[in-house]
Design a protein around this ligand. Sequence first.
Ligand code: NAD
Length: 351
Amino acid sequence: MKTFVHRGQVTKVVFGSGTRSRIPEEADALGCRRLLILCTPGQADQAAEIRDLLGAVAVGTFAEAAAHTPVEVTEKAVAYARAVEADSVLAVGGGSTIGLGKAIAVRTGLSQLALPTTYAGSEMTPILGETDGRRKTTRRLPEALLKTVVYDVDLTVTLPTATAVVSGINAMAHAVEALYAQDQDPVAFLLAGEALDSLTRSLPVVARWPDDGEAQAEALYGAWLAGTCLGMVGMALHHKVCHVLGGTFGLPHAETHAVVLPHVVAYNASAAPDAMARIARSLPGDDAARGIFDFAGRLGAPRALRDLGMPESGIAQAAELIVRDGYWNPRPVDRTLVRALLTRAWAGQAP
Ligand code: NAD
């Protein structure tokens, strides 16, 4: 008999093509009268199109969202939101922009909507990650949860192929760790399997034919499911490793996930047979870790942490930080083994 706790989702999700045209009615349904739009400097054009759709309801655009949600950017955005008397925020972008929206909402109580443009999945979670100096902290806060998420596959068309690939593997990592989560939730397990099926089917097509709308839609669908898993259950060693590497060495988020995932799957294989069997349904073969390594390689994803800018001298420090706070993992986290894992990932060797 299974024993479990399941937390239902409260975020409204609208999914399709051209769905950004529904933003005005979704904002109205939430009672938003003065919306502040958020984006990165590189996505100002996409944000401007949404601002035009909203008309007078859009009271400003803050186009300075940055990687890892720096606190100083959040403080500037909060001051701007107050100056324009915003009653809500709309993030148009990937995890960095959505992270800024959450950081503002947590400080001000403003309602949040998002139009996600990557596969990172942050829009479906109550997780807020923030950076203060070089320290990145992550918290689960109910007030960080978005009210409405509108997925419009058309907005992912501009995603550079290399970014789409690593972002898609980032989504796969949420699904993989949901399969062996400590707080086993059968709904999350089902969603994770479907996410892996969708992502492993669609990403090779997106990588080869970036204009294939069906594949883009399936990848975004998989990313939504994977993000939902991330919001439902706790993550394990893979997320801890990526968190430490991102925070300590400033490594890029999605690329780091793409390099590390097969190595952590190899580490956990013996302790998570059900998860390995489910991964093998999406990526047939005897060895789930090797399957993910080869899959990512075929898509042209980076393979080595050294290519992302990690110094070899950082391996020992990273291993120390990873084992330090007794993070839960299906297999006990051993310093020597983690060091060996990092050494292989640093050099780009197979898991
Ligand atoms: P990102 O949001 O930093 O985007 C990467 C770059 O791609 C940015 O320059 C962005 O402007 C650009 N971009 C995004 N979508 C585009 C598009 N459609 N067309 C053209 N350019 C586009 O990257 P990300 O991987 O989506 O997010 C990473 C951040 O999100 C990290 O800080 C990570 O910690 C956080 N994150 C948080 C959670 C959570 O639940 N809290 C989950 C996943 C990721």
